[in-house]
Design a protein around this ligand. Structure first.
Ligand SMILES: C[S@@+](CC[C@H](N)C(=O)[O-])C[C@H]1O[C@@H](n2cnc3c(N)ncnc32)[C@H](O)[C@@H]1O
Length: 495
């Protein structure tokens, strides 16, 4: 499973910790307010220099405008992340504690409301009404009870998704418009199963999140307190399996005929979200060009082979194997034979292989595992990595591509969790912000819960990766960070 980078920057890159002068005399509230104020000054100056205005939250999102491009530039994102982190920290400090706890404890109501709005195609209905539309008119289209619809829209508008322009009249804003499939309501109604086909995948991703993932998440407590499965790492013991009462993997459950709609939606969410990554990210870290000609690259769980295709386009002198489940390899074969007939020369082999079983290739120069290891618990991930280790020569390398979740504290004890690994150095953010920038960097932890619910998987800290790899016979030698990509490239060698 590969979720998108919804937070497209490396928070630690380019940080300039503030001088500690005067920090002791400033109250924490003042320190936070100053971070916000100086960051706003810097953003204002950048926009002024470029003769632009900061994008308006009340207007639909338009990624083609120069102002949106500036808002996503590294220097502005650096400042905006400090603002988000400091605002959340300040708000947590000054808010009435029970109010804040309500926000946290009742957060699932937001997910549920968002799910209803997406399934009810409300964003698409409002698309044609830029000044807003009354709930009775929305209801006349999608058939949902209008007063309840209004309450859910108001809950979301209170959290800056949609705007209530006058009582019971709502319109899209920047955030709600991100969920727009840009298809008319009538087009969607005529073929609901195709709603997400040809879209960015963002709406499909949140529909998946607010449906099966939220329902699975509701059973985290039951799962974790169950004496039989609470500590199990098996994919069939995950919270989603408890919620939906099945005993198989998420993949197998999705393949059931009654889940056809969810399956298509999930595939489109994954396909669309992959497009949010820089297309050449795979070429920007590990130096494929340094491999001797004819070196063998094995993409383990390589899906349809899109990553191998990217590497091969740049480095045709290497040999490639893509391994995956039978149905996936069958689809891959059809795609490759049509698109690249030269595959028959043997330079790319599409191979059915279950990575939970011993690895048949014994002369790989590098095993690639992209978006695979995070799907699994320690025990299953260790089995996969051990299978690769058993098949490795002394020159074989392993390249894992997954998110690395930062600790929420400063990592004083780096000797234990991977000190000295090139590419893992970080600079602390300004005092008193959390070491991981808190709310400004929450997405990796949300994705961590997402894979936990769906497959008992884990988005790992550098400490967890170090231990997992050590326990399966590998040692991390280097970590590559790719600008604009959520995935780190974690290079390891056999020990
Ligand atoms: C999240 S996808 C990652 C695909 C690809 N590496 C990428 O980065 O887009 C995980 C892949 O693992 C495959 N997979 C799942 N279980 C497998 C198994 N036991 N053996 C081999 N492949 C498996 C899935 O079919 C899927 O293609």
């Amino acid at each position: 499973m590969k979720y998108p980078d919804l937070f497209p920057f490396s928070w630690f890159k380019g940080f300039r910790p503030e001088s500690n002068d005067n920090l002791e005399t400033k109250s924490p509230l003042r320190q936070l307010a100053d971070i916000i104020s100086s960051s706003v000054d810097q953003i204002d100056a950048t926009f002024k220099d470029r003769g632009q205005k900061y994008p308006n939250l009340d207007a639909p999102f338009d990624p083609t405008t120069p102002a949106e491009a500036t808002a996503l530039s590294p220097e502005v994102i650096h400042c905006s992340s400090l603002i988000v982190a400091a605002c959340a920290h300040l708000s947590a400090t000054v808010n009435i504690p029970t109010k804040l706890l309500f926000d946290v404890g009742g957060g699932f109501h937001l997910s549920a409301a968002l799910g209803v709005i997406i399934e009810g195609n409300v964003v698409e209905i409002l698309h044609d009404h830029p000044s807003g539309l009354g709930v009775y008119d929305i209801s006349a289209k999608n058939g949902m009870e209008p007063t309840r619809l209004a309450r859910l829209l108001r809950l979301l508008a209170t959290h800056h998704v949609f705007i209530e322009t006058s009582p019971n009249v709502f319109k899209n804003n920047k955030l709600s418009s991100m969920l727009d499939t840009h298809k008319s309501f009538d087009t969607i109604q005529s073929k609901p199963e195709d709603k997400y086909v040809g879209t960015s995948g963002i709406s499909a991703l949140f529909a998946h999140t607010c449906d099966e993932v939220m329902k699975g998440s509701a059973f985290l407590t039951e799962t974790l307190t169950d004496p039989d499965i609470g500590a199990s790492g098996a994919v069939e013991d995950c919270p989603l399996a408890v919620a939906f009462k099945f005993k198989k993997s998420f993949w197998e459950w999705l393949e059931e005929p009654r889940n056809e709609y969810r399956m298509n939606r999930f595939m489109l969410a994954m396909e669309g979200s992959a497009k949010l990554e820089p297309s050449d990210a795979i070429l920007r870290g590990y130096q494929w060009g340094n491999l001797p000609p004819q070196s063998l690259v094995v993409d383990v769980g390589g899906s349809l082979g899109h990553i191998v295709r990217e590497i091969r386009n740049a480095y045709p002198g290497l040999k490639y194997v893509v391994q995956d489940r039978p149905a996936v390899i069958e689809s891959a074969r059809q795609i490759w034979e049509k698109a690249i007939p030269s595959i028959s020369d043997g330079s790319v082999v599409l191979q059915v292989h279950d990575f939970l079983k011993p690895q048949p290739i014994l002369d790989a120069r590098i095993f690639l595992c992209r978006g695979v290891i995070h799907d699994y618990s320690y025990s299953v991930a260790k089995l996969i990595l051990r299978n690769l280790r058993d098949a490795a020569t002394e020159n074989t390398e392993l390249l894992i591509i997954d998110t690395i979740t930062p600790y929420a504290c400063l990592d004083d004890n780096q000797a234990r969790v991977g000190y000295g690994i090139m590419g893992t150095e970080t600079l602390p953010p300004p005092t008193p912000l959390l070491a991981n920038l808190g709310k400004a960097n929450a997405v990796p932890y949300i994705l961590d819960s997402q894979v936990l619910v769906v497959l008992n998987g884990e988005e790992r800290t550098i400490g967890s990766f170090t231990e997992l790899l050590k326990d399966s016979g590998w040692k991390i030698t280097r970590v590559f960070t790719i600008s604009g990509s959520s995935g780190k490239q974690i290079l390891a060698a056999p020990v």
